[in-house]
Design a protein around this ligand. Structure first.
Ligand code: HEM
Length: 417
């Protein structure tokens, strides 16, 4: 590595590790753009972290995900401090979910829910998703022309969709909100309290109890909901072990929540900041089908995942060695100038918007992608059809997280017809 490149990485590599760096998207993207230009695969060495390679270009992220035998999700698929990695390896009894699995184990588990998430099946949810979209736009009307769109609307709608796909009653909403907020908003001081070990333990225990009852109920009274599919699944001719069932419930509940909320809040912010694109979508509502992917590309709520190298592999001028950690920066890849023309521009008619990597790529490609697109389309169709005016009513703030981030608060003023 040249001296220049070493110094560059030292200055810029923190953007991947510091949760607060993602809370300033403009500055984050300036730094990522420099890395893409000058050091697209760069080694980052920070005090509390094992060294890792930051992968910032679209083609390189795809190449790594195209080789899952060489780049595995085990032992840990996200960036973690040295201390967290030790805790993780000491905790043998932890629940495992799809993102922690590789090879045959991953394939067998993914097959259990794969059919449920196919477009034909997800379509069955359309009427309920539309109903929820209308409910939340009505809620905006009730709020009288001003709200914190992130907290009052975007945070709730996708969680209600998850409740519906799992077949959970409305009264369990508060409980599910607590789960996704307290366990997975942990890096942001305003959201999670899970930094306190006792809280994590309590919330987890609470959920083991809740999920045990849910699984028992769906075994006794199976339906077509996803909770029933999982509870009654078999693996190698035997019922799915309880810990696997819980791992599934947990990933469905969490993976589908703040990712979609952030896409909707970040999407509205992008449209407010680009009024010509908002007008275009309102004039031609059918554009929302393609525009959903452009909004997801633009927001890229999942910032990264990590893969660990198992055998020497050369990419550009770097040869990764076994145990090397590669950080796949989806947020950077989705602004790659080699793939997206004028990538910092929001363009609701962008012809190749769906080439984005916000849903990842390859074997772990987001299972909920069709559902997420459906939710985003449905919400914006409903909102834009009724929206006469919208503007910012204050400065938005962003979630401090290096895994999933987007607007934390989005004060807006609006008129709905
Ligand atoms: C805009 C919203 C969403 C975004 C941006 C997103 C993004 C992602 C990403 C980046 C991955 C990892 C892909 C990889 O490693 O290559 C992933 C995996 C996953 N997502 Fe999503 N997701 C979203 C919504 C959802 C929804 C709504 C659900 C379900 C309700 C869901 C369920 C999952 C599951 C189960 C996995 C694990 C797949 C595996 O490891 O095989 N996601 N998602």
């Amino acid at each position: 590595m040249s001296e220049h490149r070493g110094a560059l990485t030292e200055n810029l590599g923190t953007i991947f590790a510091d949760p607060a760096a993602y809370a300033d998207p403009v500055s984050w993207h300036e730094k990522a753009a420099r890395l893409r230009r000058e050091a697209p695969i760069s080694k980052v060495e920070l005090d509390d972290y094992p060294p890792f390679w930051a992968i910032t270009r679209h083609a390189d992220v795809m190449e790594i995900e195209r080789n899952p035998e060489i780049f595995t999700n085990e032992p840990i698929p996200a960036l973690a401090t040295k201390a967290d990695r030790e805790r993780n390896s000491a905790n043998a009894a932890q629940m495992k979910s799809l993102v922690q699995m590789d090879g045959e184990e991953h394939k067998a588990h993914r097959n259990i829910v794969n059919d449920w998430f196919k477009p034909g099946n997800v379509k069955q949810m359309q009427a309920r998703v539309d109903e929820l979209a209308k409910y939340y736009v009505d809620r905006m009307a009730e709020l009288g022309g001003r709200c914190d769109f992130a907290r009052d609307i975007a945070m709730h709608y996708p969680l209600q969709v998850i409740l519906s796909i799992l077949g959970l009653p409305e009264e369990d909403y508060g409980k599910m909100l607590k789960l996704t907020q307290e366990l997975f908003g942990a890096e942001d001081p305003d959201i999670g309290r899970a930094g306190e070990d006792q809280t994590v333990l309590e919330v987890m225990l609470d959920f083991v109890g809740y999920f045990t009852e849910l699984a028992a109920d769906r075994r006794a009274h199976p339906g077509t909901d996803l909770a029933s599919v999982i509870a009654n699944a078999e693996l190698d001719g035997a019922p799915l072990p309880d810990m696997d069932v819980f791992g599934f419930y947990l990933i469905i509940a969490t993976a589908g929540h703040d990712t979609t909320s952030n896409s909707i809040a970040g999407g509205l912010l992008a449209l407010i900041e680009n009024p010509d694109q908002l007008e275009l979508l309102q004039a031609e509502p059918e554009l929302i089908d393609g525009a959903a992917d452009e909004l997801i590309r633009y927001v890229s709520p999942v910032k990264h995942f990590v893969r660990t190298c198992r055998a020497p592999f050369t990419l550009r001028d770097v040869t990764f060695q076994p145990d090397d950690i590669t950080l796949l920066s989806y947020a950077s890849a989705n602004r790659d100038e080699e793939v997206f023309e004028d990538p910092f521009r929001l363009d609701v008619t962008r012809p190749n918007a769906s080439s984005h990597l916000a849903f990842g790529f390859g074997r772990h490609f987001c299972l909920g992608a069709h559902l997420a697109r459906m939710e985003i389309r449905s919400f914006f169709k409903e909102l834009l059809g009724r929206l006469d005016h919208v503007e910012l009513a204050g400065e938005p703030t962003f979630v401090h997280s290096r895994l999933v981030s987007g607007p934390k608060t989005l004060p807006i003023a609006y008129e709905l017809g």
